[in-house]
Structure formats: structure tokens, C-alpha cells
Design a protein. Structure first.
Length: 171
């Protein structure tokens, strides 16, 4: 069965090389479900070969077609494989597999691969929406309880503690 007839995209489907921002070496990109998802985010895999960087950059509000601001861009990077260096302004932080960072709108940031092996990231990016009540889902309540967070601006962290691990509903 062709993967286009399923809900599966295979590793490498539609992959391409792209020089990101101020980089000089193409980064391998796979954009998952670009034409199929209705989520307001892009879900990408970026593979930085040794020596590759995207350069320090920021995502200020983008102009819309009518000249008004079309919105800002927020990114979440999760390092899946390899090692990389995160640059936030002038500060460099080493990243290992499983590490993640968030780049809110306007934050100067970038990634570079100084190592001998490829560094592979899962990158989720899109306009920040905020305000979604994750406490509607058991997983959201469990995450809030595990982090101990009680931030008032995140509805998922202001409700009752998570329930037991016994499954009742999905996600």
C-alpha cells in the first residue's frame, strides 16, 4: 500500500536540503504532513551535518498581505540524535539527545553542529496561540502534576492534580 493512502509518512518522504537563515551548508529537512494536517504548526525533522548552522536569527512579526502584521513565530526544537550547540544571543549551551528548547517570538537564537556526527532535531513551529486548556486531557493534568507547575497563565496547571494512571480516555 502506498504511504500516501495511509496516515503514515516514511522516513525520507519528500526530504530536501535547505540552507536555513544565515547558514552556509544545506540542512536535511523533512516536513511531515505539510499538505495533510490541519494543525496550525509545521512539524519538521532537521538534520544538521557536521559544521552546519542556521545562524543566530529571530522571528519578528511578519507583514501580512495587506501590510498589517500577520503574526509571530514560535519554535520548539528537540534534539533527537547527535550533539549540538544552542546559541541564544551571545550565550552558547551544549545540547544532548532528549534536550529541548523553545524560541519565543523575537528571541535571537540558532543551532550549530560542531561535532563529527549529524545532529537531528524535531522542530515544531508556528504562530503562538496560547490559552489552550490542556487540563481537558489526562495527559495534560499528569504533565502539570509531574512538573509541579502552578502557573496561573497556563490553565492546564491550575486544575486539580492528575488522576491515577488507570486509562479512561485517550491522551
Amino acid at each position: 500500500m502506498d504511504s500516501k493512502d495511509t496516515h503514515v509518512e516514511r522516513s525520507g518522504d519528500g526530504a530536501f536540503g535547505h540552507v536555513l537563515h544565515d547558514g552556509t551548508i544545506p540542512v536535511g529537512v523533512q516536513w511531515f504532513f505539510r499538505e495533510r494536517t490541519q494543525l496550525p504548526v509545521a512539524i519538521n525533522r532537521w538534520s544538521f551535518p557536521p559544521g552546519a548552522t542556521e545562524g543566530v536569527h529571530a522571528h519578528p512579526p511578519m507583514p501580512g498581505e495587506d501590510g498589517a502584521a500577520a503574526g509571530e513565530l514560535e519554535e520548539v526544537y528537540v534534539l533527537v540524535r547527535g550533539r549540538a550547540t544552542l546559541l541564544v544571543g551571545e550565550t552558547a549551551t551544549d545540547l544532548s539527545p532528549g534536550d529541548a528548547f523553545i524560541a519565543p517570538p523575537g528571541l535571537p537564537h540558532g543551532v550549530r553542529n560542531d561535532g563529527p556526527d549529524p545532529a537531528e532535531f524535531l522542530v515544531i513551529w508556528g504562530p503562538p496561540a496560547g490559552g489552550f486548556d490542556w487540563s481537558r486531557f489526562r495527559l495534560g493534568r499528569s504533565a502539570a502534576a509531574a512538573s509541579g507547575s502552578r502557573r496561573a497563565d497556563h490553565p492546564s496547571t491550575t486544575d486539580a492534580p492528575a488522576e491515577s494512571a488507570a486509562p479512561r480516555e485517550k491522551a
